[in-house]
Design a protein around this ligand. Sequence first.
Ligand SMILES: Cc1cc2nc3c(=O)[nH]c(=O)nc-3n(C[C@H](O)[C@H](O)[C@H](O)COP(=O)(O)OP(=O)(O)OC[C@H]3O[C@@H](n4cnc5c(N)ncnc54)[C@H](O)[C@@H]3O)c2cc1C
Length: 383
Amino acid sequence: MSEIYDIFILGGGINGAGIARDAAGRGLKVCLADKGEIGGATSSWSTKLIHGGLRYLENYEFKLVRESLKEREVIHQIAKKITKPIPFIIPHTKKHRPKWLIEIGLFLYDTLGGKTVIPKSKSIDLSKKFTNILKKEFTDGFQYYDLQVDDKKLTKLNAEDAVKNNAKIFENNKVINIELLDDFWKTSLENGQIIKSKILINASGPWINETMKNIIKLDSNKKIRLVKGSHIIIRKLYKDNIAFTLQNDDKRIVFVIPYNEKFTLIGTTEVEVNSPDENKIDDFEINYLIDCVNKYFVKQINKNDIIDTYSGIRPLIEDFKEATKVTRDYIFDLNTNNNLPILNIYGGKLTTYRKLSEKALNELSKFLPTKSNKSWTAKKKLI
Ligand SMILES: Cc1cc2nc3c(=O)[nH]c(=O)nc-3n(C[C@H](O)[C@H](O)[C@H](O)COP(=O)(O)OP(=O)(O)OC[C@H]3O[C@@H](n4cnc5c(N)ncnc54)[C@H](O)[C@@H]3O)c2cc1C
């Protein structure tokens, strides 16, 4: 009889790859398949930040921000080569948020995550600093730090470490059908291969509604909203190695970040879409990002400055709020099916993938051998 894996993971984004690494390192037999390249979808279309999410404090998401800040520290420690702290400047504007609100937010941001090597926030006199970058009207502001990350590399490193621990990973191999049989889950891949597993994890990111409906053919009581986020890339807007957090008139935040030595990355937008494959920037988004930059910067940009763009789809848990306010947290939907469980993963952030993976395995621990119950990824370097 052919091999039965402990776990089969549908999807090799950061969440699938993170779970594969954690599970394989615990000695479990793991198989994962992705229809594309590992980390080739949402997990490489992010703003490339490992961050607490300062903005989420405004929505009272203290638990998420605390977990994210703690993870920021852990990920920096385990993946120093692909993460680097970068200062973010928030130019103060009277019409957006009052100073006291930002000060309280930054105090919480500095303290909620506990001990950290990442520098604390401070006020900054913009009448003396960055005067060649920002317009004269911005005379004061704030500075805080977050981490920049190579998001695709982070995902690939997790997958590679899983393979080192004997996980089987298929790339460019779509999962076309999954059936629950009496003793195992039977997964059919596009290349004709059949995979048997005791546990099924659905980590298909924004495709989760589609994979549930068309491939696994099971109902889930959780729903997601698909919210497109787009970035534009232009030639370096300024020389300094700093990023900016710009407040826009609709209360949203736009980041301006140095990117790959010669470029500046600007994003993001929030546009609801109907399909996870609608990941192309539109004119509205291009103008939105350009207008925001031109409100703050001395150097004005236009469409002709755009060298490249990319968009990703956020799979946000439906909680019937406007897109900006929908939680960026993740939710598990576990169906135990008489000891042949399926775990569906909804939402999440790059920043919280390691904790998510650990929690996923804890959630499944009663279906796994006791020797595999030990968490280990917080201390082991990703190389
Ligand atoms: C614009 C934007 C900016 C963001 N910025 C940040 C940020 O700066 N910091 C942060 O922490 N988070 C950020 N996020 C969130 C973060 O990027 C996502 O939460 C994370 O990448 C989701 O990972 P995932 O593994 O769930 O999904 P994905 O990376 O999309 O992985 C799912 C995988 O499933 C595969 N798949 C789907 N269907 C099938 C099938 N039938 N067969 C085989 N494979 C299949 C897909 O090919 C894909 O690779 C951002 C998100 C967006 C959209």
